[in-house]
Design a protein around this ligand. Structure first.
Ligand SMILES: Nc1nc2c(ncn2[C@@H]2O[C@H](COP(=O)(O)OP(=O)(O)OP(=O)(O)O)[C@@H](O)[C@H]2O)c(=O)[nH]1
Ligand SMILES: [Mg+2]
Length: 201
């Protein structure tokens, strides 16, 4: 395992009621509340984990999905390393709204290169028997819109919740490593700059 812990900020977005708070609470505290209240504004929780030998502190920002809280959530998008676009498989409208969630994130997080930003899509509530969105359809949307990883979860049954957040870390780390490589690849020729300095005094 390599040394220092890396802080990664992840934002959970999606319609009110899709289960964002339930996913965060399941992941961090391993609890589920069947009568959860709507979130007002934002809340965040941290969890340390190790992925592929790297120590990471995942800072999960859970936002209010209801439209009336838009101005309370958008100031917190900046600086995110990954964005989780969440819908509920028993709510077709929440799936159809994924594009507008992505648009809102790109705008308020001021993402310079949306095509390479790591989004991960979650279809939550797979424990529900009445589905309105199939796995195939959700997968197709992800492929067509940026080849985003797609995971199906249940905060209620604790299905794939750890896997979803581990995927978030992998995606964010992949971008982080690309940045590290491009910084290392940018070498400065000290010798030539020194040789061009003329002695003056
Ligand atoms: N069956 C089932 N119910 C779930 C699941 N996840 C959340 N719920 C329920 O769905 C309701 C809404 O969950 P929340 O986690 O509050 O949803 P949210 O996305 O945070 O909603 P906002 O805070 O309004 O944006 C609650 O009654 C939860 O108990 C799940 O995986 N399966
Ligand atoms: Mg909530």
């Amino acid at each position: 395992m390599s040394g220092k812990s890396l802080l990664l900020k992840v934002i959970l977005l999606g319609d009110g009621g899709v289960g964002k708070s339930s996913l965060m609470n399941r992941y961090v505290t391993n609890k589920f509340d069947s009568q959860a209240f709507h979130t007002i504004g934002v809340e965040f929780l941290n969890r340390d984990l190790e992925v592929d030998g790297r120590l990471v502190t995942l800072q999960i920002w859970d936002t209010a999905g209801q439209e009336r809280f838009k101005s309370l959530r958008t100031p917190f998008y900046r600086g995110a390393d990954c964005c989780l676009l969440t819908f509920s498989v028993d709510d077709r409208q929440s799936f159809e709204n994924l594009s507008s969630w992505r648009k809102e994130f790109v705008l308020y997080a001021d993402v310079k290169e949306p095509d390479v930003f790591p989004f991960v899509v979650l279809g939550n509530k797979v424990d529900m028997s009445e589905r309105e969105v199939s796995t195939v359809e959700a997968q197709a949307w992800c492929n067509e819109n940026g080849r985003y990883p797609y995971l199906e979860t249940s905060a209620k049954d604790d299905r794939n919740v750890d896997g979803a957040f581990e995927e978030v870390v992998r995606q964010a780390l992949a971008v982080e490593e690309q940045v590290e490589h491009s910084v290392l690849g940018f070498t400065i020729d000290l010798h030539s700059s020194q040789s061009s300095v003329s002695s003056c005094c």
